[in-house]
Design a protein around this ligand. Structure first.
Ligand code: FE2
Ligand code: FE2
Length: 472
């Protein structure tokens, strides 16, 4: 029953053919989407044949099929995870009621906003990564970039389906707007700040897929708890695709660190720029940047919006049903960071308005796991260097620490001290120029750029030197 119908113009497992009006609306949106892909998607890529996976069924065993595909011919479609029998609203004031198959009228505006905000990030990342293909460190990595890009395109489809199916004319207008805002556009930017910064080099791309895509995982997980069942099912399937994006990020950053550690050991110095590597302290600066802008994506520490979304049953906590509490947060508390003079302290606050902070904490914990693995690789190479995640107060633009200047360790400092040190904490012009100088395309099968170690294995049982992208 979860098999996807590929005989349709829009592959789907939602019996789209039974709803002619919806089918027609989405078929009308499809050419606009393809126009967007051709104009804003991966540059000069339409003739390339790429070893891509495509969903053919949504169950765990059967959903991925691999083959050489030209990206404009990728079968973007609508795939929902199977319905859970007798699913309930699992939290908030409606806890215990049957999950909603239609949008509850009183929550229409809130749900629309959640879906649009999530949907906006998907095409944004494709736009941000648009020119990276021209400087790929290997065919293997080029294929990873394109796989991530087509799946972010599909995530847009996932959200647009909800808008078309459940929000009438407003939904159709929002779906059009999703193709009209563009990352970094002066007049019509993407909604969230971190999705307007162009991804100009591959170190940033791997940081993006490690940190920004992981934010995606946490947002989608919280939305997959939603009492609005179609949203839950859409997000559950998106999460299976998202896992691969984070794999690309963790192994990508890991392979750069591996190579940097080897070069550092070989030359007995961390300063390996002249040996064609990325110095570990520079990698730390990129981590400081990406992690801090991603913390902002979780929103204010105190948030009545987040509390409302929770109480309404629209957006839950990470792993909501596995948490052992009342799922309404009656009288519950949660520790929030606050400024006490020039110190950051943690105090108990109502858990209901601290939903964002809780998700941010879950995200930090998850982000740390990869960092620990990277540190093991550095230690194994015999190099004395440790990667860390910056303090929550560092380089923040939203919430409690917005107007606070803090060091990566969380020490509150003055402007002067910041100015003196910022070049050592965040990528400076020299760092960026060095990374840019390393961005020379490598497109011979099996060859790797000198600043990144080869992957441990190829994709789907293929060798690392398989021709993952064909240029003719
Ligand atoms: Fe996504
Ligand atoms: Fe993603």
């Amino acid at each position: 029953m979860s098999t996807i119908d590929y005989s349709q113009k829009i592959p789907n497992n939602v019996n789209l053919a039974d709803d002619r009006r919806l089918q027609r609306a989405l078929e009308n949106w499809q050419p606009a989407y393809l126009d967007w892909w051709n104009q804003m998607g991966p540059a000069e890529s339409s003739e390339l044949e790429v070893y891509l996976r495509t969903a053919v069924a949504v169950d765990a065993e059967g959903w991925a099929q691999f083959g050489m595909v030209k990206m404009p011919e990728y079968r973007w479609g609508i795939f929902l995870a199977d319905a859970e029998q007798d699913r309930r609203v699992n939290f908030g004031i409606h806890k215990g009621e049957a999950a909603w198959q239609e949008v509850p009228g009183e929550y229409r505006a809130e749900l629309r906003r959640l879906i649009v905000t999530q949907g906006d990030t998907e095409p944004a990342s494709v736009e941000q990564q648009r020119v990276l293909g021209q400087t790929c460190p290997s065919l293997y990595d080029l294929r990873s970039l394109f796989q991530v890009n087509v799946e972010e395109g599909r995530h847009l489809w996932a959200m647009v389906y909800l808008l078309h199916a459940h929000f009438g004319r407003d939904g159709r207008e929002e779906a059009e707007e999703l193709l009209m805002r563009h990352a970094g556009d002066a007049d019509k930017p993407r909604i969230l700040e971190a999705f307007n910064v162009p991804t100009v080099d591959w170190l940033s791309f791997f940081m993006f897929t490690y940190f920004q895509d992981r934010d995606g995982k946490y947002q989608l997980s919280a939305l997959s708890e939603s009492g609005f069942d179609p949203l839950s099912r859409t997000c559950r399937f998106m999460l299976t695709e998202e896992a691969h994006h984070m794999f690309v990020g963790e192994t990508g950053v890991g392979r750069i660190i591996q190579r940097s550690a080897e070069l550092s050991a070989q030359h007995d110095t961390l300063d390996i720029s002249s040996h064609g590597g990325v110095p570990l302290p520079v990698i730390q600066k990129y981590i400081n940047f990406h992690f801090s802008i991603c913390l902002d994506l979780f929103g204010q520490e105190h948030s009545t919006n987040a509390a409302n979304f929770y109480s309404m049953g629209l957006k839950g906590r990470f792993g909501e049903t596995k948490i052992d509490d009342d799922h309404v947060l009656d009288g519950a508390t949660f520790q929030l960071p606050e400024l006490d003079g020039d110190k950051v302290v943690w105090n108990d606050q109502p858990a209901l308005t601290a939903i964002n902070e809780r998700l941010r904490n879950d995200y930090r914990e998850d982000s740390l796991r990869g960092v620990e693995r990277w540190n093991k690789a550095i230690a194994a190479a015999g190099v004395d260097f440790k990667i860390t995640l910056p303090h929550t107060a560092f380089h923040r633009n939203i919430g409690t620490f917005r107007d606070v200047i803090a060091s990566p360790e969380g020490k509150v400092i003055g402007r002067e001290e910041w100015d003196k040190n910022v070049g050592a904490w965040l990528p400076n012009d020299d760092d960026k120029a060095h990374i840019q100088s390393l961005m020379v395309p490598v497109v011979e099968p099996g060859k790797m750029a000198g600043w990144i170690a080869p992957p441990a294995r190829g994709i789907h049982g293929q060798d690392v030197d398989f021709e993952y992208v064909k240029f003719h």
